[in-house]
Each structure stands twice: as structure tokens, then as C-alpha cells.
Design a binder for this molecule. Structure first.
Ligand code: ADP
Ligand code: MG
Length: 620
């Protein structure tokens, strides 16, 4: 039998490598940005069309390449960054595998323009699917421009696998954020379909964080600085009250490389212990500097995971540094982060002792026990007054945590309530009180009798179902009424978060939201759906953003459905909320008036029944 093993031709090997290196347009963005940084650029421009499906271009003012290097750069394992295996242990560059350009050129149309500083003319090289189409001399500025068009043109399966533009653009934005955050000393610009999404000058780290996450971020940041023999830490953590429901603001950079490390993340979480509400995640933007010899970056092709020699020590140092800063923040709240001049204020914590911050949470708070008449009489979202409940409950959870900003929603809530028409609530009908057919179990379940036996309703899920159908109805028939706010409500979001709201704007308007402004810095709301308390608005929108981010909504995604679900989740009364018998009964009736009463919007059972027969069996 003849031999059957062959060496793969280079272009096939490159395509296979591309499968690892290039998953989506965002991977191309990452590789090209990193090459520009390795070329010592001080200005980098990223130009993207159609979320990278049509074009990804990176232009830098770095050192450029000679004609020969330009040609070689597309060969596999061609790199200027390491020469020997030992070099792997003292890496000061992002790249070193020499695969990126070769891989990208195997699956796209690439045009490279590059010029060395000392030369008058540069080189233009066009490569399509690993094949050099042309090479010319060209007038071009010093530095390099790489444009990548028609990604995956020769791998239709991969192209079809790409997600919607919204999702792909979000991946690109994430990569861009990571690189821009790691290099505040480089100016970056980012254009998508002709409009500029970011334009940041060379600046310091705090300014960079603020530029990317919005001006309001400044007041959230608590500086963390620590220097030991094995590790230098610098950067910021977010104050606990600004923690988020998503992990979208968690950044570790090790030697200016973005990395993911569940282990180090845990160190930070544990430093925040006792300061975060359930389900919330701390924000952090931390730069760790370690000896390149003590890490191994080689374990993942996209290099987002690295191995540390002494993880335990890093864990301990990181945890104590963050704890220290948080403690400091608690005893020195007078520091005014609002002022631009404080941008570089050093945090002089080393001379002071730390104190654990404390939070008051009034768990026994019962919103129904002394609700003012104005409050309980608030018109509800077509739903018989349940709305007053979550408002009060949420507010109680934030006791001592409320931000003292001018726009603090609770400052205005009373004013708004006063202007509300005082509908008579069904709760004032005292005759209902006497016919008690339901009771509440553990402030979580509503128990009622039915002909065949017993009914146990999960109050949170049931209320979600009721609200969900209500919202959905309004969104689809588009005739929700909105209640005007006395003072416009300004909310600050990162540009990518604003984008999510923008995409859902039409649907949000159908529920009754009125927006007067939507720009890169956030949004201004002048009207909210009737019955939605102003104090809930930011919670609803944050929940919504988080849901969209986590759901990665795509082709089958119905924006209205997601919005209705998300709002229902935010506004539904929670477990632990006590309900009086009228409210219980109203809940039961509303639930069974629903089209699909037996499941919550997320398809979980809203109630169970227990037949008398079953109960009888238990007594046998
Ligand atoms: P790596 O970055 O791992 O070395 P790449 O395939 O990304 O591999 O790049 C190959 C080589 O091409 C690099 O080592 C570098 O010498 C050169 N190169 C790539 N991009 C640029 C750029 N923007 N400016 C200057 N040289 C570049
Ligand atoms: Mg590279």
C-alpha cells in the first residue's frame, strides 16, 4: 500500500490556523490593533463598515515595514517579535506567534500599505485568500494601514455563522475598549459606517476610563495603588453602590494585556464582600505589572488567558489592596471626584488605617404598613395598584445607598406623586377584606382553595406574567399612555449601552417612555409609562441593558418580547414582600385573567395545585 500522509499546502494550513485566530470581525480588530501597538504607534485609527463584515481597517503611525518585511509579514510563523524560545519568557509585545496576518489573509481580501520613516516611498500589497494579487511602490504616510475586506469570503459557513451587526459591533467595541484602556498613552479613533464612535487623545488612565465609560464614571472610581516585589497594581475599582448587574465593567490588564482570570476576579469579589447586593458585580479597571518571566501567555491562541507562577500571592495582594482602597473610601468620603482638578489626586491611604464600610438594609421594611394615601392611590399600569409595592420595596433596599446626585430619583418621587390623579384604589374597598380566601406563605407564596383542593401561587412569577402580558399588549397595540415627568430624568450610560436603548427606542416608546435626548453620554427621559415610578426607571433600563447583553439577541429575537419580559422582571413584586388579602386576591384574579397563566414569561411554573385526593393520601 502506498504512503498516504502529505504536508498540507500553506494556504490550507493558514485557513485552519485562521479558524483559531479569527472567529469574527472583532478578532481581526484585536490582531490589527495589537500589531499597531507593537509597532510603537502613538495614534491608531480603526475604521469599520457593517460591523466589520464589509471592512475592518487599522491605520497607525508606527514604524512601518520595509518591502521585504511587508511581503514576509504574511508568511506563517513570520514574526519580528521573538527569535528564540527563551524570548517567550520575556515578552514585551502583544504578538509573537506570527500567525495573525497570514491567517487573516487566508480568509479575506487584504490590502497593506506601509512605509518606513526613513524611506520616501512605501509599499502596497494586495492579497486575497493567501494569493498575492499585486505589489507596488506607493506614496503613503509613515506607518501602516491594513484593510481587511470580505472576511470569510471563501468560507461561506463561517460567514453565515456571523451574528447580526448589532452583536458583531458589540464584540468589536469590546475589543476596542480593552485595547484602548490598556494604552492610555496612545490616541485612538474608531469610526463605524462613517460616524465616529470614539476619539480619544493621549491621556492618563483616569481620563481614558472616563472617556470610554462616560463622564459620570469619574465619581464612581476609587483608586487602587500597590507596589510589592512581585506585583504592581494601579487602576480603579467602582464604588460598591455603582456595581452592575453585568460583568461588563471588569477589566484586568497584565503587562498591558487584557486577560480573563476567574481566580483574580474572585479576589476582587471577596474584597467587596458584604458591600454588594445579591447578583451585582463590582466594576474594576486594574493594571497589574509583573515580571514577564513569571507569566506564561502561550496557553491560549487569542492570549486572553495566562498562567501566573504564583497565583496565590497575587490573589492575596490584590484582595488586600482593593480592600484597603474601599476602606479608605469609606472613611474619606469628602474627596470630591466630581472636579476635573481631582483627576490626578493621589490617594494617600498608606498612612491611614482601613475601616470596613457598612451598608444599612432594612429587611423588615413593609411597604404596605404605612404607605401614604398618595402612594397607594397611584394609578397603576392597568393592574390594580401593584405598582406601589415594588417601588417602596426597592427604595428600602437602597437605604443609605442612594446616590446624592441632583437627579436622585427619590428626591422627585414625592413631587411627581402629588401631581398624580388620586384614583381610588381598589384596596380601599373594605368589604373585600372580610372575605378572606387566600393567605400568604413565607411572604413568597399565595395559597388559595379551589374546588379540587389547594392552589399555591409563586407571587413573583405570577406578577411577572401579569405585567408581561400587559406590557406586551401595550407595545404591540402601541397605545400606552405616558406620564410626564416634572423634571426630565437624566441617565448616564456608556456609548454601547446607549446603543442598546437606541435600538429599543421605538418599542420603549410604545410602552410609554418618552426620550428627549439620546446621545453618547446617556439619555434624557421626559415621560414614563403610567404607573411606573420614576425611581424604578433606571433599574428597569439597567435590567433591560443587562438582559440584552446576556441574551445576545439575534435573528429570532423579538425586541418587544424581551422588553416586556425585562420590564416585568424589574417591576414584579419580589419574594419577601408581604401582601394583604386584597392584594393577594387581586393577584389571583389577574393571573387567571392572563392568556397563559400557568407559566412565567421565562417559562417557569407560576403555580402548583394539590388535589384533595393527594392530601388525603398523605394522611393514610
Ligand atoms: P505577530 O504580531 O505575532 O508577530 P503578525 O502576523 O500579527 O504576527 O505580524 C507579523 C509581523 O508583521 C510582525 O511581527 C511585524 O513585524 C509585522 N507587522 C504587522 N503589523 C505591523 C504594523 N502595523 N506595523 C509594523 N509592522 C507590522
Ligand atoms: Mg500580531
Amino acid at each position: 500500500m502506498s504512503d498516504i500522509i502529505q504536508l498540507l499546502p500553506d494556504h490550507v494550513a493558514n485557513q485552519i490556523a485562521a479558524g483559531e485566530v479569527v472567529q469574527r470581525p472583532a478578532s481581526v480588530v484585536k490582531e490589527l490593533l495589537e500589531n499597531a501597538i507593537d509597532a510603537n504607534a502613538t495614534e491608531i485609527k480603526l475604521i469599520v463598515k457593517d460591523a466589520g463584515k464589509t471592512l475592518v481597517q487599522v491605520i497607525d503611525n508606527g514604524k512601518g515595514m520595509s518591502v521585504t518585511d511587508a511581503r514576509l509579514s504574511f508568511e506563517r510563523h513570520a514574526t519580528s517579535k521573538i527569535r528564540t524560545a527563551e524570548d517567550l519568557f520575556q515578552l514585551n509585545t502583544k504578538g509573537f506567534r506570527g500567525e495573525a496576518l497570514a491567517s487573516i489573509a487566508a480568509i479575506a481580501h487584504v490590502e497593506l500599505k506601509t512605509k518606513l520613516d526613513r524611506e520616501d516611498l512605501g509599499t502596497v500589497l494586495v492579497i486575497e485568500g493567501s494569493e498575492v494579487k499585486s505589489q507596488d511602490v506607493s506614496v503613503t504616510p509613515t506607518g501602516t494601514s491594513v484593510s481587511v475586506k470580505h472576511l470569510f469570503f471563501n468560507i461561506p459557513a463561517r460567514r453565515n455563522f456571523l451574528k447580526s451587526d448589532t452583536v458583531e459591533l458589540r464584540h468589536i467595541t469590546d475589543e476596542f475598549h480593552r485595547v484602548a484602556l490598556a494604552h492610555p498613552n496612545i490616541a485612538f479613533a474608531f469610526y463605524h459606517n462613517g460616524s465616529d464612535l470614539f476619539n480619544v487623545p493621549q491621556e492618563n488612565y483616569r481620563q481614558r476610563v472616563v472617556h470610554i465609560f462616560g463622564t459620570k464614571t469619574n465619581e464612581k472610581l476609587v483608586p487602587v495603588e500597590e507596589e510589592t516585589e512581585v506585583l504592581k497594581i494601579s487602576g480603579f475599582v467602582g464604588k460598591p453602590e455603582y456595581s452592575k448587574k453585568t460583568k461588563s465593567e471588569q477589566y484586568f490588564f497584565v503587562n498591558q494585556r487584557f486577560i480573563k482570570s476567574p481566580y483574580l476576579n474572585h479576589a476582587i469579589k471577596s474584597a467587596f464582600e458584604g458591600l454588594l447586593k445579591d447578583g451585582y458585580h463590582p466594576s474594576y479597571f486594574l493594571n497589574l505589572t509583573v515580571d514577564p518571566k513569571s507569566i506564561d501567555i502561550n496557553i491560549h491562541p487569542t492570549k486572553t488567558e495566562i498562567k501566573f507562577d504564583d497565583e496565590h500571592t497575587l490573589y492575596a495582594i490584590l484582595r488586600s489592596a482593593v480592600k484597603h482602597s474601599l476602606g479608605q473610601f469609606n472613611i474619606a468620603p469628602i474627596l470630591d471626584f466630581e472636579q476635573q482638578s481631582s483627576f490626578d489626586t493621589p490617594y494617600d491611604y498608606k498612612n491611614k488605617s482601613a475601616a470596613a464600610p457598612s451598608i444599612e438594609v432594612d429587611r423588615s421594611f413593609n411597604p404596605f404598613s404605612d404607605v401614604s394615601p398618595e402612594r397607594s392611590a397611584k394609578p397603576s399600569y392597568n393592574n390594580g395598584g401593584f405598582k406601589s409595592a415594588p417601588a417602596a420595596s426597592w427604595e428600602s433596599m437602597y437605604v443609605g445607598l442612594e446616590s446624592k446626585g441632583n437627579n436622585s430619583p427619590s428626591d422627585f418621587s414625592e413631587v411627581t406623586f402629588e401631581s398624580d390623579p388620586k384614583n381610588e384604589s381598589i384596596f380601599s374597598d373594605s368589604t373585600i377584606e372580610t372575605t378572606k380566601t387566600t393567605f400568604q406563605l413565607q411572604q413568597k407564596y399565595i395559597v388559595s382553595t379551589i374546588k379540587s383542593g389547594m392552589l399555591v401561587i409563586d407571587q413573583n412569577r405570577a406578577h411577572q406574567r401579569i405585567l408581561y402580558e400587559n406590557f406586551l399588549k401595550h407595545i404591540t397595540i402601541q397605545e400606552a399612555t405616558s406620564q410626564q415627568l416634572l423634571f426630565p430624568l437624566q441617565l448616564h450610560y456608556t456609548p454601547s449601552e446607549t446603543k442598546i436603548i437606541e435600538d429599543l427606542k421605538a418599542n420603549l416608546e410604545h410602552t410609554g417612555f418618552v426620550f428627549s435626548e439620546l446621545n453618547t453620554d446617556g439619555i434624557v427621559i421626559t415621560g414614563v409609562p403610567v404607573g411606573v415610578p420614576e425611581s424604578e426607571v433606571s433599574i428597569i433600563l439597567e435590567q433591560l441593558i443587562s438582559d440584552v447583553e446576556n441574551d445576545v439577541p439575534d435573528t429570532n429575537f423579538s425586541a418587544s418580547d424581551l422588553l416586556a419580559k425585562s420590564m416585568a422582571k424589574s417591576l414584579a413584586i419580589k419574594n419577601g414582600q408581604s401582601l394583604n388579602s386584597t392584594e393577594q386576591e387581586h393577584m389571583v384574579n389577574s393571573l387567571f385573567a392572563c392568556k397563559e397563566p400557568n407559566v412565567s414569561p421565562t417559562n417557569r411554573p407560576t403555580f402548583i395545585t394539590m388535589a384533595v385526593d393527594d392530601i388525603e393520601k398523605k394522611f393514610m
